[in-house]
Design a protein around this ligand. Structure first.
Ligand SMILES: *[C@@H]1O[C@H](CO)[C@@H](O)[C@H](O)[C@H]1NC(C)=O
Ligand SMILES: *[C@@H]1O[C@H](CO)[C@@H](O)[C@H](O)[C@H]1NC(C)=O
Ligand SMILES: *[C@@H]1O[C@H](CO)[C@@H](O)[C@H](O)[C@H]1NC(C)=O
Ligand SMILES: *[C@@H]1O[C@H](CO)[C@@H](O)[C@H](O)[C@H]1NC(C)=O
Ligand SMILES: [Zn+2]
Length: 316
């Protein structure tokens, strides 16, 4: 009896150590119980946030310098299912600087956030609208020997965020990753990927259009050490490439009794509070596709219903 109780405590303790997205005891609203630094009430610089028109233009924010992004790096890269996302670990050779970043940052990995079959899953939102996916390119300040040290520095990480939107045509460069997803379906699985110019994945004609703010990791321990750069123009992939993320990746190990698809791996929006969100010199400020308010379609529909209603009433 005592043994059973002790075992239960151990099991639930081990279980609660990992975070998740889909169960109330470990989902983003419960992260603060396991990781105090994820508690949104104690700290005010969390991510993600909603991007709206309350932003400040800063004419000195120009292109970031993306070193090594146009080249084919040597060695191989590793794609990994870590149970929370699909991570592409890139070797050395790439770094980001300039564009108002306080230092040089080495590129260490990129990963993705997505939704479900009928849910968009970007972490940041634009005027309350979620894009289908978001890609994060994570860079660590070059003076730090390891991640532990970087997480102690208020500007220890620079993350480049890219919205991913969907069209009919496949994105051939993105296919180099999405084609490998079936090899990393289960937690812990890895696959080798031949390096390719990372710039091929990015909206290369619009790299001077971005937003900048100071925030946190969007996964535990939610450290408030991130200089965020969110690019305004999305990357486009096809519906079937999106479906590979929402249907082929599992948060559980291959031999787990219950197989749980990994979906909606995004953290909820946090208030901006007194933070300034800056707009780069060239950003168009949320015009174009991103700014079409959802309201107009809804209100038009309402208007039709009202008109139809009054027509019916007057007809009676
Ligand atoms: C504009 O950005 C630069 C580079 O990050 C920064 O030094 C400067 O303080 C910013 N200016 C304003 C008005 O925020
Ligand atoms: C989800 O993404 C699609 C494709 O970009 C877009 O048309 C739709 O408005 C988005 N839905 C929401 C609720 O943000
Ligand atoms: C990380 O770097 C710090 C600072 O140099 C060092 O004290 C620490 O032992 C390192 N931690 C690990 C896990 O390597
Ligand atoms: C992307 O950049 C091109 C070239 O500078 C520009 O003509 C286009 O309007 C930009 N696209 C968006 C959506 O801002
Ligand atoms: Zn992320």
């Amino acid at each position: 009896m005592i043994w059973t109780a002790a075992l239960l405590i151990v099991v639930s303790y081990v279980h609660s150590e990992d975070y998740c997205y889909d169960e109330p005891h470990c989902d983003p609203y419960a992260w603060g119980d396991m990781f105090p630094s994820c508690h949104p009430l104690l700290e005010e610089h969390h991510s993600p946030i909603n991007l709206d028109h309350q932003m400040t233009r800063n004419e000195s924010l120009e292109y970031l310098h993306l070193e090594g992004f146009e080249e084919i790096q040597t060695g191989h890269w590793t794609l990994k299912n870590d149970g929370h996302s699909v991570v592409l670990q890139v070797g050395g050779g790439m770094s980001v600087s300039g564009g108002g970043l306080p230092d040089v940052y080495h590129t260490i990995q990129l990963h993705f956030h997505w939704g479900g079959p009928a849910t968009n899953g970007s972490e940041h939102t634009v005027d309350g609208r979620r894009y289908p996916m978001e890609m994060h390119v994570v860079n660590m300040k070059s003076i730090h020997p390891n991640l532990t040290a970087a997480l102690d520095d208020p500007t220890g990480l620079a993350v480049l965020g890219f919205f991913i939107d969907v069209v009919y045509a496949d994105n051939v460069h993105f296919g180099l990753i999405s084609q490998k997803l079936s090899s990393v379906a289960y937690k812990g699985q890895t696959a080798k990927i031949k390096p390719f110019p990372l710039m091929n994945l990015l909206p290369k004609n619009n790299m001077s259009q971005y937003y900048r703010y100071y925030g946190s990791l969007t996964t535990p321990p939610c450290s408030q050490v991130v200089v965020w750069t969110l690019y305004e123009v999305p990357v486009y992939i096809s519906w079937s490439q999106l479906a590979q993320f929402t249907s082929q990746i599992f948060s559980t190990e291959e031999d787990a009794e219950q197989v749980t698809p990994l979906q909606k791996n995004f953290r909820h929006i946090h208030p901006t509070f007194s933070r300034i969100v800056s707009v780069s010199k060239d950003a168009k400020l949320l015009t174009g596709t991103a700014s079409r308010p959802l309201m107009s379609a809804v209100s038009l529909h309402l208007l039709q219903i009202i008109l139809l209603g009054s027509f019916i009433i007057s007809g009676l």
